[in-house]
Design a protein. Structure first.
Length: 157
């Protein structure tokens, strides 16, 4: 969908500030993230301040403020994963990919997010890459997983 078509859909919510989250979800679904220019269009259409829109976008983790990578890594930091070393896994990912939580690698290949539970505590520590689950992770194993994805994309890893 073009941004002009998206703007038309947003305009359907004119003067309805109570629909702010729904409109932001629409933007995210269509573009994959909520760019600043769309924050401004949403604010204008709904009749709310840009500060309110930006506050919602940055408060809720479901919204992205920049394009997502081709592959999304979700590392669990829930209790079981934390106790079994998720902090070491996170450090290994951040170092290997030179990326911080919530960001995307410079090459656009990976985005890194953390979650509080993936529902697979028996596999702790665990992460998902897209829809694939990887459990009983060690820093070495996680690096192997990342290399596999990089090779699939024709990149060295």
């Amino acid at each position: 969908m073009s941004t002009s078509a998206l703007s038309e859909r947003i305009a359907a919510y004119a003067g309805r500030p109570e629909d702010l989250i729904q409109v932001l979800q629409l933007v995210q679904e269509e573009l994959g993230y909520v760019p600043e220019e769309m924050e401004e269009r949403v604010a204008d259409a709904l009749g709310v301040s840009i500060g309110r829109v930006h506050g919602v976008v940055t408060f809720y983790h479901l919204f992205r403020t920049h394009p997502a990578g081709r592959h999304t890594i979700r590392l669990c930091l829930g209790t079981a994963c934390h106790v079994l070393g998720a902090d070491r896994i996170l450090a290994a990912i951040e170092e290997a990919l030179r990326v911080s939580v919530g960001d995307t690698t410079d090459d656009g290949l990976f985005s890194l997010d953390v979650v509080r539970c993936l529902g697979t505590c028996s596999l702790a520590p665990v992460m998902m890459v897209d829809e694939d689950v990887y459990g009983r992770l060690t820093p070495e194993r996680v690096l192997g997983v990342l290399r596999t994805y990089a090779k699939r994309e024709g990149r060295s890893g």
